[in-house]
Structure formats: structure tokens, C-alpha cells
Design a protein around this ligand. Structure first.
Ligand code: CA
Length: 225
């Protein structure tokens, strides 16, 4: 079940959100301070954060800016009045959506679902996938951390994630990356894979989500991630 972190200093608003979100099957945590939300997200990452802009300690904007230094979790701003948030500014800070108070809790729940669907984990395994692909932003997160990928690495990893356990030949992967499959480029795939693996290891040193199949190619193995 997706877990939603609600950061809102007005109990009545938080209560309404908790009620409607839990009614939709989400689990929730409620906090009233921006700093507490940052600490909480570091310890136990939520799947989405609903973030009030007017908080008693640091603003929701500042909270979101600091959050983006270590997490790509989707954020929905709650704004006290129309005009408090400029949509463009909000998106630049890294928000995924915003609603203006007073809002319909059902609409908030619907938007939460829409955002989560957009960033839905690819190929959930028994362990749950540790990867999240955001096609619109051309971003992949692993274990809640945004990977700093080149465009080729993104396409390569995205291709592997789309079909867990399928072994792709180097030629097929070159095709996915969008470079011509002539001999010289085949080793190129190996160097992209090497670079990808080192980025994944910096998140999870023990995991080996990309498996090598000698003489055949590579696959994504959810059970090794
Ligand atoms: Ca407030």
C-alpha cells in the first residue's frame, strides 16, 4: 500500500486528508513541521508527500528544495490561497502538483492516485521493485534515490526494467538506446552497463539488479535488486 506523508499544521485539514486517503486504502503519517518531514523522509521514505506551504518552521517551498537534494518522492503542495503558488515556480522547485484551500478531499485523493500511477514502480516483484521510472521527466529512482543517468543509460535501464528476467542481447540493447548496431558499438553497451552498475552500487552496494549472461547479454533481475 502506498504510504502518504502529510505535512500540515492545521489539524482539521490533516484529519480530513487522513480520513479520505485511508478510505482509499493508503497508509498515512501526519507531521506539522517541514524539518520533521525531511528527517522522516530520510528515515522511512513515503511514496508521496502532501506539503502545506505555510508551515510554522520552514516554508513548504524550502522543505521541498531541501527534499530534492536527496529524494525524488512526488510532492503535492497545499496552498492557502490562490496566487500563493505560481504553478511554474512550484514545478521548478520540484513539485508534481498543487491544490488550493479549501479543496475537495476527494479531488486530492484522485490526484494522489494519478501521480502515483504516473511514477508507478515498474515490474513489482515479490520483494517490490526498488526502481521507479518517471517517463515524463526521463528519470529513474532506485531505492528512493534519483539516479543521475545519461540519456543512453536511462534508455538502457528502462528497456531492461520493462521486461524483468528477459535476457537482452547487446544488439537489442543498442537498438533500445537508439544507436546503430555495428560491431564497434557492442562494447559500448558493456561500458554503459558498467557505468550503470556503479551508479546502482552507490545506492545499494550488495545488490546486483543487472545480471550478465555470458555470451548472451544482460537482464534485470528484481530478486537481485
Ligand atoms: Ca499552514
Amino acid at each position: 500500500m502506498p504510504h502518504i506523508l502529510i505535512v500540515e499544521d492545521e489539524a482539521a485539514i490533516a484529519d480530513t486528508l487522513i480520513f479520505v486517503l485511508q478510505g482509499e486504502g493508503f497508509t498515512t503519517t501526519w507531521l506539522t513541521l517541514g524539518q520533521a518531514a525531511l528527517d522522516h523522509q530520510r528515515q522511512t521514505p513515503a511514496d508521496l508527500i502532501i506539503l502545506d506551504i505555510g508551515l510554522p518552521d520552514i516554508t513548504g517551498f524550502e522543505t521541498c528544495k531541501q527534499l530534492r537534494r536527496f529524494s525524488e518522492v512526488p510532492v503535492m503542495f497545499l496552498s492557502a490561497r490562490d496566487g500563493e503558488i505560481d504553478r511554474v515556480v512550484g514545478l521548478e522547485i520540484g513539485a508534481d502538483d498543487y491544490v488550493v484551500k479549501p479543496f475537495s478531499p476527494r479531488e486530492v485523493a484522485a490526484r494522489v492516485k494519478a501521480i502515483l500511477k504516473r511514477v508507478a514502480p515498474v515490474a513489482a516483484s515479490a520483494n517490490g521493485s526498488r526502481f521507479q521510472v518517471d517517463q515524463e521527466r526521463v528519470q529513474i529512482s532506485y531505492g528512493g534515490q534519483l539516479l543521475n543517468l545519461t540519456r543512453h543509460e536511462f534508455r538502457l535501464l528502462n528497456c531492461l526494467l520493462e521486461q524483468p528476467e528477459r535476457v537482452f542481447s547487446r544488439e537489442q540493447l543498442l537498438d533500445a538506446v537508439g544507436v546503430p548496431a555495428d560491431a564497434g558499438y557492442e562494447r559500448n553497451i558493456d561500458s554503459h552497463i558498467k557505468s550503470l552498475r556503479s551508479k546502482l552500487r552507490s545506492v545499494a552496494a550488495e545488490a546486483e539488479p543487472i545480471q550478465t549472461h555470458r555470451g548472451l547479454g544482460y537482464s534485470y533481475s528484481p530478486s537481485h535488486s
